[in-house]
Design a binder for this molecule. Structure first.
Ligand SMILES: *Cc1c(COP(=O)(O)O)cnc(C)c1O
Ligand SMILES: [Zn+2]
Length: 388
C-alpha cells in the first residue's frame, strides 16, 4: 500500500543543491552539511486525515519520507503524553507548564522515533546493515529496530556509558564496541572500521531520515494542543535533531495551514562541562567549535563536543528568537529531585537539565508569567540509575 507521502526530494541548506529522493544519500558531498527532506506541501493536506489514524508517529505518514507502508518498521513509537506539570508550573510562575514525556517510547527514549524512520527508509532502499556512535539511547533504539527488520547493527559507545545500554544492544543482537573517549571518538573508531562504507552510517544528521522521525514530536505537540503552539519549548541538546526537527515540523504545518502562527521560542540546554552550542550562541556565531576535553556528566546524551548539524541548531535558535544555556550536574540532580517530588515524574538527567533551565530563564526574564512552556523529557530515568 502507498503511504501517499508528499516527499519530493532532499536538499542541502548550504548550497541548495537537490538530491534524488530515492537514491541512497548521506550528507551533501559538496559542503559536508546535512541534507533535509522536502515535501510537496503546496499540494495541501487536510488535518482531518488524522482522525482514524493509529496512535503512533506513523499517523503523520504523508509528511514522512516512506513510500510504501509495508516498509514501516514500527514498535509503537510516538504519541507520548503531554503531561500538565501544574505544581512545578505555579512554582515557576507561568501560565501553563507541560512536559512532553518521551520515556514511554520503545527502548525508553525519543531516539526510537528517529531510528524507526531511518531503519524503515533503509529497508525501503534495500539496506540492512547499519553503524552508529552513541551515548546510549540511540544504540538501543537502532538495535531494536534492526532486530525487527532482521538487519545487523554495529554500535560504538564511550566507556562512560551506563552498563544497561550495552546489555540492551547485545540482547537484541547488535555488535557493540566500547571506545575510550567521547561519542566523537566513538564516531572516529567507527569510521576507521567502515572505511569502505559497507555499513550505512546513521550518525545524527549524517543521513536525512532520523530528523524526519524526530520531527513528529513537533506534529504531536501541535495536535495535542489543538494546533495552538506554545510560547517556549526547552530541549536538551546533544546532536540537536529534536530541536531542529520540532522547528521543521512547525514550518511545515504553517505551510500546510495546520497552524496559523508560530510564536514558539526554541531553547537549547547543555551541560557546563560540554556546551559548544551555548558558547556559539553567546558569540552570535552561525556554527559551533569543537568542545575540547568535555567533562563526564550524568546526562550522557548531552556530551557531544561537536554536532554535525551545528549550523541547523544555531539557525533554529536565531530564527525562533530562542536561547541557549547550560546546567551543572549538581543543578541537574537538584531539579530531578524537585520534579520527582512535585510532579511524581522521575526524569532522565537530560530532562531534569531542562527543568533547571526553565527556572533560570524565568529568573532572567526570558520566560514571562504569561508564557505557555513545554519541556522535553527525552528519556527514561531507569536507564541511568547507576549515574544517580
Ligand atoms: C540523544 C539524547 C539527547 C540529545 O538529543 P539530540 O537530538 O542528539 O540533541 C537528549 N536526551 C536523551 C535522553 C538522549 O538520549
Ligand atoms: Zn551542499
Amino acid at each position: 500500500m502507498k503511504t501517499d507521502t508528499l516527499y519530493s526530494h532532499l536538499e542541502c541548506l548550504m548550497c541548495k543543491n537537490t538530491y534524488d529522493a530515492d537514491q541512497v544519500n548521506s550528507y551533501c558531498p559538496e559542503c559536508t552539511q546535512p541534507l533535509v527532506a522536502r515535501y510537496n506541501l503546496k499540494k495541501g493536506l487536510s488535518k482531518e486525515v488524522l482522525k482514524d489514524r493509529p496512535l503512533n508517529m506513523w499517523r503523520y505518514k504523508e509528511v514522512l519520507p516512506l513510500k510504501e507502508s509495508q516498509h514501516i518498521v514500527c514498535l509503537g513509537e510516538g504519541m507520548t503524553p503531554l503531561t500538565e506539570a501544574d505544581h512545578l508550573g505555579s512554582e515557576l510562575g507561568v501560565r501553563r507548564l507541560q512536559i512532553k514525556n518521551e520515556e514511554g517510547n520503545p527502548t525508553g527514549s525519543f531516539k526510537a522515533r528517529g531510528l524507526s524512520m531511518a531503519v524503515s527508509k533503509a529497508y525501503e532502499l534495500g539496506i540492512s546493515e547499519f553503524c552508529i556512535p552513541t551515548a546510549g539511547n540511540a544504540g538501543s533504539a537502532l538495535s531494536a529496530y534492526t532486530a525487527k527488520m532482521k538487519g545487523v547493527a554495529h554500535v560504538f559507545m564511550p566507556e562512560a556509558t551506563p552498563e544497561v545500554f550495552q546489555i540492551d544492544c547485545e540482547i537484541m543482537g547488535a555488535k557493540v564496541r566500547k571506545i575510550n573517549g567521547t561519542i566523537k571518538d566513538a564516531g572516529a573508531a567507527m569510521a576507521q572500521e567502515n572505511q569502505d562504507g559497507k555499513w550505512w552510517d546513521v550518525t545524527t544528521l549524517k543521513e536525512p531520515f532520523r530528523l524526519e522521525g524526530k520531527k513528529t514530536m513537533g506534529y504531536e505537540i501541535a495536535e495535542q494542543l489543538n494546533w495552538q503552539l506554545p510560547d517556549v519549548i526547552i530541549y536538551p541538546t546533544g546532536g540537536g535533531t529534536g530541536l531542529i526537527g520540532i522547528w521543521k515540523a512547525f514550518q511545515e504545518m504553517k505551510e500546510l495551514g495546520w497552524v496559523d502562527s508560530i510564536p514558539t521560542r526554541m531553547v537549547a540546554v547543555q551541560t557546563t562541562g560540554c556546551n559548544p552550542v551555548v558558547e556559539a550562541f553567546n558569540q552570535g556565531l552561525d556554527h559551533t567549535g569543537v568542545y575540547e576535553n568535555p567533562a563526564v556528566t550524568i546526562a550522557n546524551g548531552l556530551r557531544v563536543p561537536k554536532a554535525f548539524g551545528d549550523r541547523l541548531i544555531m539557525s533554529t535558535l536565531y530564527e525562533s528568537n530562542g536561547y541557549a544555556l547550560d546546567c551543572s550536574d549538581d543543578e541537574i540532580r537538584e531539579a530531578l529531585s524537585i520534579c520527582a517530588r512535585q510532579e511524581g515524574l522521575f526524569l532522565s538527567p537530560e530532562g531534569a537539565a531542562v527543568v533547571k533551565a526553565a527556572f533560570k530563564l524565568k529568573d532572567s526574564g526570558f520566560i514571562k508569567n504569561s508564557d505557555h512552556v513545554v519541556l522535553l523529557n527525552t528519556g527514561s530515568a531507569y536507564k541511568y540509575v547507576e549515574n544517580l
